[in-house]
Design a protein around this ligand. Sequence first.
Ligand SMILES: [Zn+2]
Length: 299
Amino acid sequence: MNKRSIALYLTIIGLLLILVSGWYISAFVNQDAESITFDGTRAYEDVRAQVEMGSRAPGTEGHAQVVEYIRAELEAAGWIVEFHNSERMGHPIQNVIAKRVDSAPLILLGAHYDTRFVADHDPDQSKRAEPVPGANDGASGVAVLLELARTLPADSVPVWLVFFDAEDNGRIEGWDWILGSRAFVEEVEVSPRAMVLVDMIGDADLNIYLEKNSDEKIRAEIWLTAEELGYGDQFINEEKFSMLDDHTPFLEKGIPAVDIIDFDYPYWHTVSDTTDKVSAESLHAVGDTLWHWVTSQLP
Ligand SMILES: [Zn+2]
């Protein structure tokens, strides 16, 4: 072998090395990009798992099961889980708080995990004493928060995920709406830059209008993010409903809060609020929007 062929030989080996290492690095980068993407299908599995537990109304077996499920999923995703225990109107309240690091939240994302005792809005009168399955009203918001826990990068601004208890039993003797979030705001000292609530966001026919009481600036930011991601059909840039929901106690305390809710849901508080009414695509549209909005926040 002469000098020239040795040089050629080394050049070929060098090029091959560059090629192989390039492929190797790109394979890893792609894998990373995939693992941090919000997965609507995985969120849909969280909806299914919750509905299989039956009623998650306060005091039921399903209520205890869903708390355990939320805790286990959050811990598996590397979050610190704490419970805020309290009592309202003689009922125990258990809110679940998740944080990645032990610091105050800049952003607080919330959802209620309980379901309504009775389907008193069902068109069939004989079914109005049955519990609500809560695939959309309960499970969908929890599912989006759990999938965000799995996918938000560890270096995002400090986020708390709060799963509220006892939201959904207003107009029932001895109960009221939003007991869990009221207890939380009254007893847990937080002053986040923004509180964002997700409630009933899994409807396969998703139409989320601007909620009238929500903070206008943050509302606009989130709707713009959705539009940029191609979810302009699901996030409609018009006001429609005015809600009393878990964002209300935050607003009353002066914390900018937004309610992301699709209140055009024909199965609301009926026995037909089941998994077939919810879609992975809808969960993805909301989760992906929140993922991008949170990760765009500057410290
Ligand atoms: Zn409800």
